[in-house]
Design a protein around this ligand. Structure first.
Ligand code: ATP
Ligand code: MG
Length: 634
């Protein structure tokens, strides 16, 4: 069956469709009902079935693939590579689970994990899943304040951290950040479990509170900890959204629906069979990291590559070298990651044998055509744009090459994933828009398995933030989209990234894309700024490619002209600034509201997720000197 037929079936006969898919995982007791929709917009999948994520990811493969690699954790920071078979993973996870038990962590307790991409982060997650504890991984790059906010929301029984992480050869001690966060937090956990990497010789332990994992594990090396069978809809984990638009939300995931969705995606979307290798460059702290560095590949009996290091360290060939060494079939990364490589010598793309590699998936932000074409022709592979949200937990709009490869259309992630009832509707009337007309991307309930079940301890916020935008009960993605006559969906940016010029509503993304067609431009961000006459006008911030020696004023003028040429005079940028770096969140997403605040001297809101606060200071200085083209803001 091809995509169209399979998709139709998932929408028209959801219960029959998902009953079949349920067989992809192991159930301790089979579901009594496939779908319960008695309290919309809430829904429960596989009601009454009991299962366990860790069992499906680890135990289940012991009989069939005990000596196959389950996890390869590579660090070009510490220069340590660990190749871990399913049997070894089983041992490590049981040992970890036994230590959790010794620290009184039981089913339903939250455990915050604050670690870099290292094998123990995976052991810790799986150990929590095994005993029914709810993990909440906080990206290791977040500062103490971000961590404290998440601790207070999750109220964990335990925090697990590494002594330190590393980035570009620089040691980043985590433990002092944890100490700070716990001082700030209103509900600090009674214990901190520390996995030492001996990176921070100055680390001190707080007696009675801090526990050294290495010391505790020796007593449990042969432990075997029973699996806690959970009802399909019980919480498995919490994961906070990136906070690009505001206060992060604690996305809550279930057990059974999530496992089934991931199992299905491994073959239909990612085209990875048991025994094959998947390499996601994400961090365990992001949604992609949870689903495709940890649970997805392991549930699918594949080998997962986990990488700690820069895309350029020790050299820009590292990703492709790993693809060659491990025979990676499917790779998963982000447009930001590729743009980093794009600044490097393209010959690095050609140095390694990539014959095993079939697909490169990119997700997390708009994939612009120049970046997609550059990498696709550079490595000679199909590049598949993937539209996701932390909330969805697995792709929402994608091509499904494992089922049927439809032609790639640059700029579009493709079609709705199986089970997603997607519509594009008018912001005001809520009516479906015609093809090629822009609207808000919404999902009609029930959300498919894999998607969030609620916001942690805040059902009301869940309903209000996602389902409160239209008369009908619809999940709003808060993203603009358009569908062409072939059924391909294009994402046009966030609903709050809109500029109103003299009554015309322009998406910042459209303007950014026209600027990006100029060869000299590396990255671009557009925000709307106040204008006496027109209400708002676009302000352009752009970085130039390495090696571009043109006068920034000429390039700025060319940008302005290009926008007018492609979008018309109404979109004419009021000013263009050439800068060294754009403000991004730790997950690599543009933080446009920070630029807007700089331009207008308004409150930028929460900036604690910014990757590099210095970038903003630099931009402030550039703004003070005046634009490279156009008029000053003031
Ligand atoms: P918050 O919701 O806290 O403001 P966030 O939306 O940035 O943060 P994520 O869930 O990590 O947090 O990001 C999801 C968003 O990223 C999507 O809603 C969309 O705006 C953008 N996005 C993801 N993938 C794509 C893609 N392939 N093309 C275009 N945009 C994408
Ligand atoms: Mg979001």
């Amino acid at each position: 069956m091809g995509y169209d037929e399979t998709y139709r079936r998932s929408i028209d006969e959801p219960e029959a469709f998902w009953r079949e898919q349920a067989a992809l995982i192991h159930w301790h007791t089979p579901p009594e009902r496939i779908l319960d929709q008695s309290h919309p917009p809430f829904r429960r999948w596989f009601v009454g079935g009991t299962t366990n994520l860790c069992y499906n990811a680890v135990d289940r493969h012991l009989a069939t693939r005990p000596d196959q690699l389950a996890l390869v954790a590579i660090s070009t920071e510490t220069n340590i590579t660990r190749e871990i078979t399913y049997t070894e993973l089983y041992r490590e996870v049981n040992t970890f689970a036994a230590v959790l038990g010794e620290l009184d962590v039981v089913k339903g307790d939250r455990v915050v994990i604050y670690m870099p991409n290292m094998a123990e982060a995976v052991f810790a997650m799986l150990a929590c899943a095994r005993i029914g504890a709810i993990h909440s991984v906080v990206f290791g790059g977040f500062a103490a304040h971000n961590l404290a906010l998440r601790i207070d929301d999750a109220e964990p029984k335990l925090l697990i951290c590494a002594d330190a992480g590393m980035r570009g050869g620089k040691i980043i001690p985590y433990k002092p950040l944890v100490d700070l966060a716990l001082r700030e937090a209103k509900s600090p956990p009674p214990h901190v479990l520390i996995v030492r990497r001996d990176l921070d010789p100055d680390m001190t332990l707080v007696p009675g509170r801090d526990v050294d994992y290495a010391e505790r594990r020796v007593a449990h090396e042969d432990a075997s900890v029973p699996v806690e069978w959970l009802e399909s809809n019980e919480p498995s984990y919490l994961l906070y959204t990136s906070g690009t638009t505001g206060k992060p939300k604690g996305v809550q995931r279930d057990v059974g629906g999530y496992a089934v969705a991931l199992a299905l995606s491994m073959t239909t979307i990612f085209d990875v069979a048991p025994g094959q290798v998947m390499f996601s460059t994400s961090d365990v702290g992001w949604a992609v990291g949870h689903s495709y560095n940890v649970y997805g590949p392991l549930i699918g009996g594949a080998t997962s590559l986990l990488y700690e290091g820069l895309p350029t360290g020790p050299d820009p060939g590292i990703w492709w070298r790993l693809c060659e060494r491990y025979g990676v079939r499917t790779m998963f990364s982000s447009p930001t990651g590729i743009r980093v490589l794009k600044k490097q010598d393209p010959s690095w793309l050609k140095k390694y044998d990539l014959s095993a590699l079939r697909w490169l998936f990119l997700a997390g932000e708009p994939l612009d055509e120049p970046t997609a074409t550059w990498i696709s022709s550079g490595i000679g592979k199909s590049v598949i744009d993937n539209y996701w949200q932390t909330e969805t937990g697995w792709p929402a709009i994608t091509l499904l090459p494992g089922l049927e490869l439809k032609p790639v259309k640059f700029g579009s992630p493709g079609f709705p994933n199986l089970g997603y009832r997607m519509r594009i509707i008018d912001e005001q009337s809520g009516a479906d828009v015609a093809p090629n007309e822009k609207g808000v991307l919404v999902i009609e309930p029930p959300l498919p398995p894999g998607c969030l079940t609620t916001i942690w301890r805040d059902d009301e916020r869940y309903v209000r933030s996602y389902f409160g935008h239209f008369r009908e009960l619809l999940y709003s993605s808060l993203d603009w989209a358009v569908r062409d006559t072939d059924g391909y969906t294009f994402i046009l940016g966030r609903t709050d990234d809109v500029i109103n010029v003299a009554g015309h509503r322009l998406g910042t993304r459209e303007i950014e894309e026209s600027v990006a067609t100029l060869g000299a431009v590396a990255e671009v961000a557009v925000v709307g700024i106040h204008d006496e006459l027109k209400g708002q006008v676009p302000a352009v911030f752009a970085t130039l490619k390495q090696g571009v020696t043109d006068d920034p004023r000429d390039v700025a003028l060319a940008m302005q002209r290009r926008v007018v040429e492609l979008l018309g005079g109404v979109a004419r940028p009021g000013c263009v600034y050439v800068v060294n770096a754009l403000p991004k969140t730790r997950s690599g997403k543009l933080l446009r509201r920070s630029l807007q605040a700089l331009m207008q001297n308004t409150d930028p809101g929460d900036l604690s997720t910014l990757d590099d606060p210095n970038a903003l200071e630099e931009i402030r200085a550039v703004i003070a000197r005046g634009p490279h083209c156009g008029a000053s803001a003031s």
